[in-house]
Design a protein around this ligand. Structure first.
Ligand SMILES: Cc1ncc(COP(=O)(O)O)c(C=O)c1O
Length: 440
């Protein structure tokens, strides 16, 4: 008779066998096989970890979630973390936490948040969803990051926070941004969804501001399929974030916490305002929340992916450098990306802007690349104010949005993710050369 341990070991070995079988039949046919801009990079370890978690059949957030957030906090050198089901949810929880009535001086409807219109939609949406007013400043050529020199112009007596992404893994000018935030007592939310393992002045992106957010969607630096996290060193913000993720409940016990009287030991001992004495703390709500938890199965994958982050980052760096060098000779027609002297990016992708006087358009180059199976993407919304859903939003613009508009018109990106190997790199640079041949 087999023990459970033996059956599990057999199942996991079969999983590895299946992975190897699939891997051995994978081949690259130039012009036929798609060169994705991003994607999941995994082997039998992730598959086994996820199957093992399924066999546990805990399903909701539990032991794997606890291990993953612990590992992630250690890597980031941060104190508190809340796992969520996406980077978008992390942004929603971050902004909502700053609006929590449990804070001594929360953000209130009509307060202003400085951000960029060159954005991913869900970096902006939580500002609108919380009744706050976005104040848009322009981004900078080549870095595609918030122009820190424009912050002062954007400020008003209602300014309470700055929220921005480190665009495509390229660190924003954190020293200037943090000095400005400190001077005017503003909260800073770093959307680090595309910038895991990027550094500014020797410090990890996501460790400068009050709150930082991460995405573990399949396209990102590490993946759990879908997933995200919010990190902070501020215990009050952590408590609100946890509550808002978990239906708005006041109790901060973890799911399945063993102690029947709760982590605090006072589950049935309190009077909460007008609630009856001893009302179960698990069912006391002190925020208007959501349910944005990921599953333990996803976290099992996250644990394995995080171990591989150093090798993933090294490969991203190598791929970026290779393609950058291959593109350098076309600088007459294309604006190549740049990072600030103190920045050490872990690039999510390689952005390119077709120069206004170039003899070809963005549409022409991206359709050529796509036809040759090299995937491209726009720099997210380009200028979000031009999108149908945002036509009537209440907002302010500080200074112009000339560069943002240029991004909308002329920018795109190609991939550098670790799934792009030498053969694919050669193929991409060959295809770019063939597009550029008539324009030399
Ligand atoms: C800068 C930025 N923020 C937030 C998100 C949202 O992440 P998710 O897809 O996990 O919701 C993305 C998505 O790629 C992103 O690029």
């Amino acid at each position: 008779m087999n023990t459970e341990q033996q059956v599990r070991a057999e199942i996991l070995e079969k999983v590895a066998q299946l992975y190897r079988l699939r891997e051995s039949s994978r081949s690259f046919i130039p012009g036929e096989t798609k060169v994705h801009y991003a994607g999941r990079v995994f082997n039998e370890k992730e598959m086994q970890a996820m199957v093992d978690s399924v066999l546990d059949f805990w399903l909701t957030l539990g032991v794997k979630g606890k291990e993953f957030i612990g590992d992630f906090l250690s890597f980031m050198g941060m104190k508190y973390g809340v796992l969520v089901n996406s980077g978008s949810s992390a942004n929603l929880v971050a902004v909502s936490s700053l609006c929590s009535a449990n804070l001594p001086h929360p953000l209130q409807a009509g307060d202003e948040v400085i951000t960029t219109a060159q954005t991913f939609p869900t970096t902006l949406n939580p500002i609108l969803q919380n009744g706050l007013t976005p104040v848009f400043v322009d981004t900078e050529e080549g870095t595609y990051n918030i122009n820190a020199a424009k912050l002062e112009e954007a400020r008003s007596p209602r300014t309470r926070a700055i929220m921005f992404a480190h665009t495509l893994g390229n660190p924003a000018q954190m020293d200037v941004i943090m000095d400005f935030a400190k001077q005017y007592n503003l909260y800073v939310i770093e959307d680090t969804c595309d910038a895991l393992d990027s550094y500014y002045d020797g410090k990890l992106c996501g460790t400068f501001g009050d709150l930082s957010t991460y995405s573990f969607y399949a396209a990102h630096h590490i993946s759990m399929g879908e997933g995200g996290a919010l990190l902070t060193n501020n215990v009050a913000l952590y408590r609100q974030a946890l509550s808002i993720r978990d239906w708005g409940r006041a109790c901060y016990c973890q799911t399945g916490e063993a102690n029947p009287n709760g982590a605090c030991g006072h589950r049935f001992d309190h009077t909460y305002e007008s609630l009856p004495y001893g009302y179960d703390h698990k069912y006391v709500y002190n925020n208007i929340g959501y349910n944005l938890k990921p599953l333990d199965i996803q976290c099992a994958m996250g644990i394995e992916q995080l171990k591989k982050l150093p090798s993933f980052s090294a490969r991203r760096q190598k791929n970026f450098q290779f393609l950058y060098n291959a593109l350098k000779k076309y600088e007459e027609h294309l604006i190549l990306p740049r990072s600030l002297p103190k920045a050490k990016p872990s690039w999510f992708a390689l952005p390119l802007t077709v120069k206004e006087q170039a003899p070809f358009s963005r549409r022409e180059i991206v359709t050529f690349l796509e036809k040759k199976q090299v995937e491209t993407r726009m720099l997210f919304a380009g200028n979000i104010l031009k999108h149908p859903a945002y036509r009537t939003i209440k907002h302010r613009v500080a200074g112009g949005l000339e560069h943002t508009e240029k991004v909308l018109q002329n920018t795109f990106f190609i991939g550098v993710y670790p799934g792009i190997d030498e053969v694919r790199l050669d193929y991409i640079s060959h295809i770019i050369d063939s597009f550029m041949a008539p324009y030399k």
